[in-house]
Every structure is written in C-alpha cells, then in structure tokens.
Ligand binder design. Structure first.
Ligand SMILES: *Cc1c(COP(=O)(O)O)cnc(C)c1O
Length: 365
C-alpha cells in the first residue's frame, strides 16, 4: 500500500515459540533488555512505493547487506515505551500516541520517511496481542517495546536513503531498581557534550547514544552511573542526562527543569511530570539552570532534591554529583520526598491504580 494511514498486517505466528516452562524461567528475573519475546513486527519502505509488507513474524536476525546505508551513515531512530498488565486484567500503554508523534519528528530530523501514526500504534498492538504471554503480571514488571527504523538501501553515496526497515521488538522487564529506589551518582563531564544547537539532540537517534558512550565511560571511571551533560556552547547550563531528563526541587516545593530548545530530548515522562506537578498545585518552571547555581543552591540548602526521569526507570533520584572541581551530595543522599511522591503518582496512573484524569492510558483489550 502507499499513501493512506492504514496498513494491513500479515500475521505469521512463530512455528517454534519458546516453551511455556522456559518462558516462565526467563521471566522470573528478566533484568532490562536481555530477554525477548517470540515475535517482531517489520514494515518496509521504498521511495515511490511507500510503506509495504507489514508483518508480524517470528523474531529472527535481519539479513543485511554490508553496504546498507545505516552501517555507514547511521540513519537510525528508535522509541521506547512500556505495556502494562492493568489492574482489571487488561493491557495498557502510557501515551503511545506521544511516542508515535515523536518517532515522526525524529524521522524528519534524520531525513527519513515518517511512518503514519496509526501504523505505529497498530504495530504495537499486534505485537502485544501475539506475545501477550510475555507480559509480566508483577506489580513492577512490564513489557518494554522498542520500535526502531533504519536505512537499509544498499548504497554508499551520501544522501537520504531510499529504502528503510521499521521494526518493533519487545522485552519483558522487571523493576529497574531491585531492592528499592537508590539515588545514583552523576558525572558532570568536562570533556564531552551531547547535543549542539542545530544538531540532533531532540531526535531519538542511535547516533546520540553512540556519542554519549565515551562520556559514560569517563563517568564510570569516576564511580558514576550516569552523566549529566552541560550545554555545548558555554558549558554552563544543565541540559540532561544521556537518556533521561532532569528536574530540580527547591525548598518552597517549586520544580525547575531546563527548557526544550533543540538540544534536549522532549521526554514524555518529563512532560507528564510537568502536568502532574501542576495539577498537585506545585509551581513548575522551565528555565535554564547553571551548574554553578546547582552546586551553590545545594550547599545553601535551597535546592532540596534533584531527579532524572525517563520511561525505563521512571524517576531516578540523584544523590552524588561529581565533576573535576569536586563533588557534593544532594540533601542527605537519600531519595527526596517530592521525588518519591511524584514517582508513586506516575506509577499509580501507569498501572491503573489511580484515576487517569488526563486520558494518558491507552487500553489494548
Ligand atoms: C528517551 C530519552 C529521554 C526520556 O524520554 P521518555 O519519553 O520520558 O522516555 C530523555 N533523554 C534522552 C536523551 C532520551 O533518549
């Protein structure tokens, strides 16, 4: 098909799915991104033809020519969202329409074709339906969905490719924090930045992650689990982490987060927290935060809590902050009250334990 928003998916069930007993064993302690379901979705694209061959099929390696454009020039984007076992026994997703819209935005920035949002949503639904047995039923577990797209035209010339493969895989995941929420230590890199004005910082592309790994390694050498990136122009303002946005909580209960402006990934968790905090009567301000200000306000006690947020870990408190100039600790190094209460509220909405006044929950069945 081409043009319209509806794609017909051909369903080809895996003839050799993982046996139930083995699946149960794999799901007992899945960790993150290590265990995968029996199926995947694939949809192809070619210039002049549009989107075609939408399939749900056995999860398998994808044959790739060594001259596939993505292997050389990195036209690749992805998304990450979760499906939940709802309190009523059904399956839900949290704002998948926002992921669909962001996927299209990322595609535009990387000069890739945009998948119709309905096809994106249908691809998720089909995969969840066929791999329903892989959905964890525990309170903290979920099925992590990873839609992605890359240039698979066989051509070494430098221009936007004319052929693409869109795919979705799924991975059952447990609680991000086994044994309770623990604050992380973050490294403020003096060496690396993540995104420059006019660059790809607002696109969810693999290249951004590739560029962040040396910083991640530098942070690990200094005993840190995560990296906080400063702006690329002045190295003065806090942008975000490698894969999470950041919030500051002041002593009067105000929340502050850096404004989107092209160098920060527009997190769906970030946006939801801005809305939720506002609905709880908190003041939420989107404004630039200087790293020097962070350090000074932490020392004075005016700044009480700092946390990172994203789909995978929901909310991660930040405890230690390290840079070549030294280190400091947020409050007493324990998760803050506001941090933990927002975390609980968001988890309760995502899992259908509290009313979804914003219409964020998408029911599958
Ligand atoms: C995915 C991502 C986030 C978080 O986005 P969510 O929609 O909340 O999961 C934040 N920063 C970066 C760089 C990301 O890639």
């Amino acid at each position: 098909m081409s043009g319209g928003d509806m794609l017909d998916f051909e369903i080809r069930p895996n003839p050799q799915p993982v046996a139930a007993a083995e699946r149960e064993a794999l799901m007992a302690n899945p960790g993150f991104g290590r265990v995968f379901t029996d199926h995947m979705v694939t949809i192809r694209y070619a210039d002049g033809k549009g989107w075609y061959d939408a399939r749900v099929e056995a999860r398998a390696p994808i044959p790739m020519d060594p001259a596939s454009a993505v292997l050389h020039y990195a036209q690749e984007i992805f998304e990450g969202l979760k499906a939940y076992h709802a309190a009523d026994g059904g399956v839900t997703m949290f704002r998948p329409d926002a992921n669909a819209a962001r996927f299209a935005e990322s595609a535009r920035r990387m000069a890739m074709p945009t998948l119709p949002e309905q096809a994106f949503l249908d691809s998720l639904r089909h995969l969840i339906e066929i791999d329903r047995a892989w959905l964890p039923t525990s309170d903290e577990g979920s099925l992590y969905l990873r839609p992605f797209m890359f240039a698979n035209e066989v051509f070494l010339g430098v221009r936007p490719a004319r052929e693409y493969l869109y795919a979705v895989i799924a991975s059952p995941v447990g609680s991000y924090f086994s044994g309770g929420v623990k604050p992380v230590a973050v490294w403020v890199s003096p060496t690396y930045t993540r995104a420059a004005p006019g660059g790809t910082g607002a696109a969810k592309c693999g290249g951004n992650y590739a560029a962040s790994l040396a910083a991640q390694a530098e942070g690990a050498e200094h005993g840190c689990e995560q990296v906080v990136f400063l702006d690329a122009v002045e190295r003065r303002y806090v942008d975000e982490l490698g894969g999470m946005n950041i919030f500051f909580v002041y002593d009067d209960g105000t929340l502050v987060t850096p404004p989107l402006g092209g160098t920060i990934l527009p997190g769906i968790t970030r946006e939801a927290l801005i809305t939720l905090a506002g609905q709880q009567g908190r003041t939420v301000v989107e404004r630039p935060v200087e790293f020097d200000e962070w350090r000074a306000d932490a020392a004075s006690g005016r700044l009480r809590e700092v946390f990172a947020c994203g789909t995978a870990a929901v909310i991660t408190p930040i405890g230690q902050v390290r840079s070549p100039d030294g280190e400091f600790t947020m409050a007493d190094g324990n998760p803050g009250e506001v941090t933990m209460s927002l975390r609980q509220t968001l988890l309760d909405i995502q899992r259908g334990r509290t009313e979804d006044v914003n219409g964020w929950i998408h029911h599958i069945d």
